[in-house]
Design a protein around this ligand. Sequence first.
Ligand code: A2P
Length: 279
Amino acid sequence: MAGVPQITLNDGTSIPQLGLGVWQVDPGITARVVRDGIAAGYRLIDTAEGYDNEKGVGEAIRSAEVPREDLYIASKLRNGAHQRDLALKAFDETMQKLGIEQLDLFLIHWPVPGQDKYAEAWATLVELRQQGRVKSIGVSNFNEDHLDRIIEETGVVPVINQIELHPYFPQLEQRGWLKRRNVQIECYSPLGSGAVLEDEAIAAIGKAHGKSVAQTILRWHLQQGLIVIPKSTHADRMKANFDVVDFELSDDEMATLSGLGKGEDGRTGSNPATNNDTF
Ligand code: A2P
């Protein structure tokens, strides 16, 4: 796996630290994008029911030149399916679209506090794991109160919380309470959905290493032990984003990137406390 480290999760399994995210990848090109990603060396593929492109991910898995067991496939439960019966059905649909026997990781996509059903969704994911249909279970976009509630109700700690995290939105407070609960952080929009790519301070640091802004940002994630899933539809960019294990940022350079946070203004996606979309 070309030097990408594995991160050990709190259930004893491990996940590649760098993967390909397919949020906002058009369903019509997803199979090609994921095939290009696998060819570039990516083994972790992160999709979701809500992205509407699980079928394309499934096609790519079937035609991949690497065996299924070398791939780590993750998907997410959609917001409108938190009720137990709907969650079980939604999971079946995900598996059918992906065309695989067992999923590596299934996450609750958003807590949807207005709906207040995420604890029921979590209990259902615990069942699916007990049945062996999914290896690991986790959450996405959970705040501390959401996380504590599901742990209290089930006694099961998610392996991962997938959240927006990049130099403009470094989520320093989230990191503290997630670390204390032994929950790994998986970073979506690691390039700020493109918003951080024009940053001149990062460009200057990258230049000193012969690396691009995107590569420098992803290196910053990796050096902090964060799991990271950049998205690109371009094979050359996917390759470049994967080529980040052969250089090291100094402490000063890391601190410069870490100092670029813009507070709530740095967020590019929705706020989990108020996002009540029920797709
Ligand atoms: P594209 O898919 O056209 O390559 P994030 O991972 O933070 O969501 O960022 C994804 C955005 O950044 C997409 O718009 C993607 O565009 C762009 N992108 C990803 N990798 C690179 C790269 N190496 N250079 C420039 N843009 C990139």
